[in-house]
Design a protein around this ligand. Structure first.
Ligand SMILES: NC(=O)c1ccc[n+]([C@@H]2O[C@H](COP(=O)([O-])OP(=O)(O)OC[C@H]3O[C@@H](n4cnc5c(N)ncnc54)[C@H](O)[C@@H]3O)[C@@H](O)[C@H]2O)c1
Length: 282
């Protein structure tokens, strides 16, 4: 069953990034109002100006619970309610490093945005979602089930927020509200550029590990259409592009096999040795 997004208010974190911005445009086109939040004032203002009067720009740092609480209160004040919370802000270690090569500070920074930030966003929006029979969409990643080599803090967070979304969906059902998890594959945005475009050992690793169609990026606009469709359907999971669906469904057997292959792969060992050579935590 589909519920129209027309007249709904969607609160989005990381709204000025590739996926957030494309989703904001798609949601406006489908008649929703959007609260576009991110860390940069100029960026949220510019995005809201491009979206028109159904967009409210607010500066939010998801690592700061108080800043999200205030933004949520402003959103309710402005639009009267929030129906959908899209917990989408995220970062990755840049450059990607091994567990031995990271510093504790680098680890904590990613966990703070990708795990704690999602928790803060969900918690701040939950009273509105429950009151209006709404929906929470949490941005996880294919890294929730793929091997997180050189991106362990990111993969840890994405696996953790997947669990948050699943539990939340079950817990909200009796209240008439819902939740879902978004699993993007490779989408052409800033966060993907280190692995997919910048020359160097990380791209070599990605090219080697993600072959054929699995290494192809999709546009943020394509992801945005899947996101809006999923919001209309209150989908439990949105996997985009669809080529990743079998890997998610078969992850038990697939992970055992691929982890064993990766451990013995001479090319991967060589690239990791180069990544570790100048790493700050090594
Ligand atoms: N692009 C991909 O290939 C891909 C794949 C899987 C999952 N994802 C996830 O999709 C989400 C959106 O990423 P994207 O691809 O649009 O990348 P992006 O880098 O373009 O956007 C991320 C946004 O999050 C914002 N952000 C970072 N720290 C923040 C903070 N402390 N508070 C508030 N906002 C903050 C950034 O300013 C940026 O606008 C992320 O959670 C990312 O992990 C992306």
């Amino acid at each position: 069953m589909r519920t129209s997004l027309s007249g709904k208010t969607v609160f989005i974190t990381g709204a000025t990034g590739g996926i957030g911005s494309a989703a904001s445009h798609e949601l406006i086109a489908r008649g929703a109002s959007v609260v576009v939040t991110d860390i940069g004032k100029q960026q949220v203002d510019d995005l809201a100006a491009a979206l028109g009067e159904r967009a409210l720009p607010i500066v939010v740092d998801v690592t700061d619970r108080g800043s999200i609480d205030q933004a949520m209160a402003r959103a309710v004040d402005h639009f009267g309610k929030v129906d959908i919370v899209f917990a989408n802000a995220g970062i990755a270690n840049d450059p990607p490093l091994t567990v031995a090569g990271l510093t504790d500070e680098m680890f904590e920074k990613v966990i703070d945005v990708d795990l704690n930030g999602v928790w803060h966003t969900v918690r701040a929006g939950l009273p509105q979602v429950i009151e209006h029979g709404g929906y929470v969409l949490i941005t996880s990643s294919i890294y929730a089930f793929m091997n997180g080599v050189v991106n362990a803090p990111y993969a840890m967070s994405k696996a953790a927020v997947e669990q948050l979304g699943r539990a939340l969906r079950t817990e909200l059902a009796y209240r008439g509200a819902s939740a879902g998890v978004l699993y993007p594959g490779w989408v052409d945005t800033n966060i993907a550029s280190v692995a997919m475009h910048d020359p160097g050992p990380v791209k070599e690793l990605a090219d080697h590990a993600f072959r054929g169609p699995l290494g192809k990026t999709i546009t943020p606009e394509r992801a945005a259409k899947a996101i809006a469709n999923g919001m209309e359907k209150r989908a439990p999971r949105i996997i985009v592009p669809r080529r990743w669906i079998p890997f998610s469904l078969m992850r038990g057997a697939f992970n055992v096999a691929t982890d064993a292959i990766m451990e013995r792969d001479a090319k991967i060992a060589g690239v990791l040795e180069r990544i570790d050579r100048d790493a700050p935590g090594a």
